[in-house]
Design a binder for this molecule. Structure first.
Ligand code: NAD
Ligand code: DAU
Length: 370
């Protein structure tokens, strides 16, 4: 690992090596956070993950053999398991990403969202608080509980305007309501108990290792397989897209330099209608996977999502101004990399879609591996 990489922007030396407890590190964004920490910093990571359908240890192959990485198979709703993890690992900070994350699933079955996103966050906050309270002063002062949240807590925008950190909460789906609840719990644990928290609210991520229920990977894989490309309504809804590596870099920066009690919006200043996104993917595939061109002929307008938020768009000026963060990837370069990644990684895709990795995980644990 090149030293220049280690010091790239977090500006710390080896004496500030930290142990970071990451929840949801086997998921899409969490696994990128874990990979970056191990690849680009001297820090250690403890990944706490229940391995739901969207958690996949295969996304962590590149770091799983590193002595600075360890895995704890646990549910964040299990207070006893969390207490034991805090006691054994003595982390310097927590990055909380574990969640049920898919809006459509929250509409057809909200229960798990309340369980994990609300009760799980509450249980984690309590485990973190009781651990933090007993830390010696220096470590206590430096401790951070970083809650990773979404721009969906702000509700829906019309044609104009951007979400700022001051935009009132108006969550519309069971998913966003559960995330808004968790944001409020985190804020209250700071206000009432003094737990040093930071919260980030980010726009739509895309990139490698994204579970193919979400728009971008679903469209890539359906198009490659000649299946219909489902576009909700007329495809006019707008999302603000950010490449997952840029999000993970922003999260690391907020963990290092964010002020306790503050919230930071993160977004790519990259608004696209869903139809534009789908057409862009089709055009790239026509070029790099011409056998099924024109892929756009597969586009199929289907029934809209109930309560579908019209537009999200983030004002990221606070994190840009105060912490000096800027995304490195444009949508053009990021979406090309993403399409390439899905074409180059059929094994990951097949395991995720066939459920074979879940059988592997079950066998793996039966044999007593971790
Ligand atoms: P994901 O669904 O890909 O991953 C979620 C991870 O959490 C999985 O590894 C899963 O196994 C784990 N998990 C779920 N329930 C758990 C539980 N009870 N205990 C322990 N682990 C559990 O989600 P993602 O897209 O990587 O999102 C990560 C976080 O970022 C979420 O909190 C989400 O709300 C937030 N977020 C996501 C986006 C996005 O565009 N994907 C944007 C902004 C914020
Ligand atoms: O804004 C941040 C949020 O972005 C995160 O908090 C969520 O965890 C994440 O899943 C994402 O939510 P969205 O609902 O915006 O993402 P999704 O990929 O499900 O949908 C993106 C848009 O595409 C949305 O307007 C719905 C539409 N869509 C989605 C699917 C799955 C379609 O038109 N067709 C589809 O098949």
């Amino acid at each position: 690992m090149a030293k220049s990489h280690v010091y790239r922007f977090i500006g710390m030396d080896d004496s500030s090596m930290k142990k970071i407890l990451v929840t949801g590190g086997a998921g899409f964004i969490g696994s990128e956070v874990v990979r970056q920490f191990i690849r680009e910093t001297p820090h250690s990571v403890v990944n706490v993950d229940k391995l739901t359908y969207s958690g996949n240890l295969e996304s962590l192959k590149e770091v799983s053999g590193d002595p600075r990485y360890s895995f704890e198979h646990a549910d964040i709703c299990d207070g006893k398991a969390l207490a034991s993890i805090f006691e054994r690992h003595e982390p310097d900070c927590v990055m909380h990403l574990a969640a049920e994350s898919h809006v459509d699933r929250s509409i057809s079955g909200p229960s798990e969202f309340i369980q994990t996103n609300v009760l799980g966050t509450y249980t984690l906050l309590e485990a973190a608080r009781s651990y933090w309270q007993n830390l010696r002063e220096e470590k206590k002062a430096q401790f951070r509980f970083h809650h990773i949240s979404t721009d969906e807590v702000y509700g829906s925008l019309g044609e104009n305007g951007l979400f700022t950190e001051e935009t009132p909460y108006q969550p519309n789906s069971p998913y966003s309501a559960s995330k808004a609840s968790s944001d409020h719990l985190v804020r209250a644990w700071h206000h009432t108990y003094g737990l040093p928290v930071v919260t980030t609210n980010c726009s739509n991520n895309y990139g490698p290792y994204h579970f193919p229920e979400k728009l971008i990977p679903l469209i890539i894989l359906n198009a490659v397989n000649g299946k219909p490309l489902p576009v909700y309504g007329r495809g006019e809804n707008v999302r603000d897209w950010l490449y997952v590596e840029d999000h993970a870099r922003a999260l690391r920066l907020v963990l290092e330099k964010g002020k306790a009690g503050e919230t930071y919006n993160i977004g790519g200043r990259c608004e696209k209608t869903n139809l534009e996104v789908v057409q862009t993917i089709c055009a790239i595939l026509d070029e790099v996977f011409p056998s099924r061109a024109p892929h756009a002929s597969l586009i199929s307008f289907v029934a809209d999502r109930p309560g579908h938020d019209y537009r999200y768009a983030i004002d990221a000026s606070k994190i840009e101004r105060e912490l000096g963060w800027l995304p490195e990837e444009s949508f053009d370069s990021g979406i090309r990399k993403t399409v390439r990644w899905y074409l180059d990684n059929p094994e990951w895709v097949n395991h995720v879609t066939s459920g074979a990795y879940r059988i592997w995980i079950a066998e793996h644990y039966e044999r007593g591996h971790s």
